[in-house]
Each structure stands twice: as C-alpha cells, then as structure tokens.
Design a protein around this ligand. Structure first.
Ligand code: HEM
Length: 164
C-alpha cells in the first residue's frame, strides 16, 4: 500500500469530521441512511434502464426512459458518494486499506466508465432502436456489465461492516 495513501488515511482519521462521526450517537446512522437512500436511487435507476436495454418493456422509448432515469441516477450518486466518504472517515485507517473497500471503489469507477462508453458510443444511434425493437448486442452487453458491477458494489459495500 503506498505511503502517500496511508498517510492520507491517517490524516483523514484525525480530522474534526472523523471525530464527530466517531463521537456522535446519531451522526453516523443519519449519514448511513443518506448513503442507503443515495445508492438505492442510483442503482435503482441504473437497473431499470439496464432492464429496458436488455429488452424489457420495448414499448417504452429508450430516450424518454433515459431522460427520466439519468437525473435520478446522478442525484443518487450526489447523495451516495459524499455520504460514503463520511462513513469512511471514522475508520479510515482500516477501511481505506482493505481490498473490500478498494475493490468497491474500483468497481464504481468501472460502472462509471461503462456508462460513459454507452452514452458516448453505443447509445449514439439510439434512434434506430428507440422503441419496439430489441437494442443491439453492444447495448445489451453494456446493460449486463452495469447490472453485474452494481450488484458487486452493493455486495462489497455490505461486506465492509463485516470484513474491514
Ligand atoms: C456510489 C456508489 C456506492 C454504492 C452503490 C454503495 C453501496 C454501499 C452499500 C450497499 C453499503 C452497505 C450499507 C449497509 O449495509 O448499511 C455501503 C456501505 C459503505 N459505503 Fe458505500 N456505496 C457507494 C459509494 C461509496 C463511496 C464513494 C464510499 C467512500 C468513499 C463508500 C463508503 C462506504 C462505507 C465506509 C460503508 C460501510 C458503512 C457501514 O457498514 O457502516 N461508499 N455502501
């Protein structure tokens, strides 16, 4: 583990925010509730869009579904990421070096890359498969990768409490 990373974690562990998260009886559970709300919105929106790309509800236009769900996913991320960072603070030294946590962060990055490739490449010709026809293989593969990766992120997130 790089020295820069561990010394950053050591610093995080001593910050006033970390102290407050350790000492307050209600702050940690309140932040965890925000984290749960955030990832439910994020992963929920992503999963519903992925199921459409896998061929469910072909009568619903993909573009309209994206216009409805993408802002929800971004709002969920805007809740989950900062609250997750706050949850890391009280045990930054131990959680921050654990393969479970680092694996989760890597998978979140992969999910983001997969979504970016879909929206900038695969989804560009959506007008050809917007409604009533099955999406192309590349779109279905992107949906499958997204579903598998988000389920893995949730699994690793849950394991943090047990294994870190
Ligand atoms: C953005 C996508 C994210 C998803 C889908 C996600 C998902 C989860 C899940 C399912 C849990 C278990 C919650 C529980 O059992 O109560 C969790 C816990 C946790 N997450 Fe995240 N998370 C995300 C982002 C982050 C980020 C960016 C960080 C830190 C920088 C983070 C740090 C944590 C920590 C420290 C816990 C353990 C909390 C505990 O068990 O008390 N998460 N996350």
């Amino acid at each position: 583990m790089s020295e820069t990373w561990t010394s950053w974690l050591n610093w995080l562990h001593t910050t006033p925010a970390a102290l407050a998260m350790r000492q307050s009886a209600w702050l940690y559970p309140a932040v965890e509730i925000l984290h749960i709300l955030g990832f439910c919105l994020l992963v929920g929106a992503a999963a519903l869009f992925d199921l459409r790309l896998l061929g469910f509800s072909l009568h619903i236009p993909v573009q309209q579904m994206a216009a409805h769900l993408l802002p929800m996913a971004w709002f969920g991320f805007a809740l989950a990421a900062p609250s997750g960072f706050l949850l890391l603070l009280p045990d930054a030294q131990s959680i921050g070096v654990s393969p479970i946590f680092l694996g989760k962060m890597a998978l979140i990055g992969l999910a983001g890359l997969n979504a970016w490739v879909f929206h900038t490449r695969v989804g560009r010709n959506v007008q050809h498969w917007n409604q009533g026809v099955g999406p192309p293989l590349a779109a279905r593969l992107a949906a499958l990768v997204s579903l598998v990766v988000w389920v893995a992120v949730i699994a690793l997130g849950r394991l943090i409490a047990y294994l870190c």
